[in-house]
Design a protein around this ligand. Structure first.
Ligand code: ZN
Length: 217
């Protein structure tokens, strides 16, 4: 099998760099291989030297650093309640004196043990107390600027502790306990192909308005 490179090797080499790159695609081209070896001797050594122990240690060290738990472990933010990387969380105590922007009335509710017990609210800033007093970077920067974070619980997103009876519900159970639910039953009677024969389709549709209207007590 002849290759155009063989005929080109007899001519004066005008662009030796291009000849080297083209020869990588042809393994049995001796003419190009000789020109590659002669050209590469002065540029790099092939085969390369065996890997050194310091290089192995460096690869292992970087792999261990990338697999550190802080790179994938998550924790909750006390201000917005969202899960974030532990490396992006900081103690809430650093901004303890600036939490007055999170004090909003009419957002929280304390559990009532009887019907006659008055409705009470949670005192102080609206925080998730189960997040070990940590705050994420976006919430911390907003509070430092004196602004309420966009996804803060005090923006009407506070739910409180979910009772055990409402944890782990199925999709249909969540539909049953939702506060707003639009349900409609459709019955369609269709005439069949055979004269005098009819078929009936009954379906139940649960539809929600989007956006859901604000709910008042
Ligand atoms: Zn947050």
């Amino acid at each position: 099998m002849t290759h155009p490179h063989c005929s080109e090797s007899a001519e004066p080499s005008v662009r030796p760099v291009k000849l080297i790159s083209e020869s990588k695609d042809v393994s049995d081209d001796r003419c190009s291989r000789q020109s590659v070896v002669s050209s590469c001797d002065s540029q790099s050594n092939f085969p390369p030297d065996p890997i050194t122990q310091s290089h192995i240690n460096d690869v292992i060290r970087r792999f261990a650093a990338a697999c550190h738990p802080s790179n994938f472990e998550e924790g909750g933010c006390s201000v917005c309640g969202q899960l974030c990387l532990l490396s992006s969380l900081s103690p809430l105590g650093n901004i303890r004196n600036m939490l007055s922007v999170l004090e909003v009335d009419g957002v929280t509710r304390l559990p009532c043990s009887s019907v006659t017990e008055p409705v009470r609210e949670q005192m102080g800033p609206v925080l998730d107390t189960t997040c070990n007093d940590m705050v994420c970077t976006p919430c911390r920067s907003s509070i430092r600027q004196g602004k309420v974070p966009c996804y803060a619980l005090c923006n009407g997103l506070w739910l409180g502790n979910v009772p055990p009876e409402l944890q782990g519900l199925t999709f249909y159970e969540r539909l049953l306990v939702s506060r707003v639910q639009h349900s409609k039953c459709f019955v369609r009677v269709q005439r069949g192909k055979v004269k005098g024969e009819h078929s009936k389709l009954v379906a139940n549709v649960v539809a929600y308005e989007n956006p859901t209207p604000k709910i008042y007590n």
